[in-house]
Design a protein around this ligand. Structure first.
Ligand SMILES: Nc1ncnc2c1ncn2[C@@H]1O[C@H](COP(=O)(O)OP(=O)(O)OP(=O)(O)O)[C@@H](O)[C@H]1O
Length: 180
């Protein structure tokens, strides 16, 4: 089974994916490293620009029929059997990304993306099975327990677990809202 773990930068994809793969006995794959290894990712500064169509093709070719957890904020664009979309209160996203030294613009882009469910919507457009998990205030172990419980139950789709419309006031200082 191919399990993709996606979400806004900083939500905890890598932490959760590694733990989830350990608990399941699945291989752990980082989208970034995989794309670089396959020559479909271009390092640009600290980021890696990835050809998403090529990524989807390469993932299918390499991992079809295998048990893997694929970690990365583009992983919801490959055809996975299950996409886990991690959510985190936008204020905590902002704090985590700020402590990484992100620019105001990058901070705003990502906090806004979390606020308006960008990754979740894309995941639902591309995949049948999407499990949304609110990670706010939970330890990595608690998050992985929740994912494992959903998988054990055979849950195909679970969305609507968060609503950040009430969070705008908490993150106004980080937003650009179309301006600069
Ligand atoms: N459940 C959690 N509780 C508290 N801190 C966490 C939790 N999960 C991750 N973190 C911390 O948040 C930071 C970001 O985690 P991580 O690198 O796993 O996120 P990511 O979504 O993979 O980020 P990116 O998209 O940039 O690769 C790390 O410092 C990590 O230790």
């Amino acid at each position: 089974m191919i399990i993709a773990v996606s979400g806004t930068p900083g939500v905890g994809k890598t932490t959760v994916s590694k733990l989830l793969s350990e608990r399941l006995g699945y291989e752990y794959v980082s989208v970034k490293d995989f794309a670089l290894m396959k020559g479909i990712g271009e390092p640009v500064g600290e980021e890696v620009e990835i050809d998403v169509d090529a990524l989807a093709r390469e993932v299918r070719a390499e991992f079809s029929g295998k048990n893997v957890v694929i970690d990365g904020h583009l992983s919801h664009l490959v055809l996975a059997d299950v996409v886990v979309v991690l959510r985190l209160h936008p204020k905590v996203v902002a704090e985590r990304l700020k402590s990484r030294g992100y620019s105001h613009q990058k901070l705003a882009e990502n906090v806004e993306a979390e606020l308006i469910d960008v990754i979740l919507v894309e995941a639902l457009e591309e995949n049948e099975s999407v499990l949304e998990v609110d990670t706010t205030g939970k330890t990595p172990e608690e998050i992985v327990d929740e994912i494992l419980e959903l998988l054990e139950k055979g849950m195909k789709k679970r969305v609507g677990v968060v609503d950040w419309t009430g969070a705008y006031d908490d993150v106004l200082q980080y937003l650009m809202l179309g301006g600069d």
